[in-house]
Design a binder for this molecule. Structure first.
Ligand code: DX5
Ligand code: ZN
Length: 223
């Protein structure tokens, strides 16, 4: 069954506790935290303080997406803050294998993310070492962008690899997910869908979350 990870990048921070509670009660399976450094991506967002604050608000697993250069220098800070999954970008890691080991040694699950233009082949050697593969369906940096359709092919490829190798990593998709785009992502093989604007920028985040979760769970995987 598909899972939903609302991204607090799009939340109203004045109502953080209320909004996180609302999504937790309406189908959210994870809380996605977008960390941006103004260097790897052209925007600056949250740091470990946001993670430790969320940890005090919710028992949902915190899915921390590091869009930062030199992520190896910050793994322990995010683990100590309460991250459950730490995802780094392949494009930001010279020594990806080492960073994955570092995340696991910190007690967190290890994720690796790929920008839209990065092929799946860039992470094939580590596919059996990771817990999560995060496929970006927008260029990272901002919420509210349009889903890039060609990224569906990479989701299909990852799902095919996973089946062939009986690998255990989960396939997550991030960017431009909505009631309209979610079905194709699920059918391609996405197991966790991140959604920012489609949840928090709606009149009723509760209703939006519930509807999105329902669409995710009823959009069967194409065989
Ligand atoms: C993009 C972030 C996403 C973003 C998703 O850089 O990694 O998680 O918040 O937002 P939406 O769902 O609005 O595209
Ligand atoms: Zn993200």
């Amino acid at each position: 069954m598909g899972k939903l990870a609302p991204s607090v990048l799009s939340a109203d921070l004045l109502k953080l506790r209320e909004q996180v509670t609302v999504v937790a009660e309406n189908g959210a399976d994870y809380i996605h935290v977008d960390v941006m450094d103004g260097s790897f991506v052209p925007n600056i967002s949250f740091g470990p303080v946001m993670v430790s604050t969320l940890k005090r608000i919710t028992t949902l697993p915190l899915d921390v997406h590091l869009m930062i250069q030199n992520p190896q220098n910050y793994i322990q800070n995010f683990a100590d803050a309460g991250a459950d999954i730490i995802t780094v970008h392949q494009e930001a890691c010279t020594h990806l294998d080492r960073v994955i080991s570092q995340i696991k040694a910190s007690g967190c699950q290890a994720g690796v993310s790929l920008n839209p233009a990065t092929p799946l082949s860039a992470v094939l050697p580590v596919m059996n070492a990771i817990d999560l593969l995060l496929i970006m369906s927008v260029n990272p940096g901002f919420g509210g962008q349009r889903f890039i359709p060609y990224t569906l092919e990479k989701i299909r490829e990852a799902a095919e690899f996973k089946r062939r190798d009986s690998a255990s990593f989960l396939i997550e998709v991030d960017g431009g997910i909505s009631l309209q785009t979610a079905p194709a992502a699920v059918q391609a093989g996405a197991e966790i869908l991140v959604a920012g604007n489609a949840v928090f920028k709606q009149d009723s985040p509760a209703e939006a979350c519930k509807s999105l979760k329902q669409v995710i769970q009823t959009s069967g995987r194409a065989v």
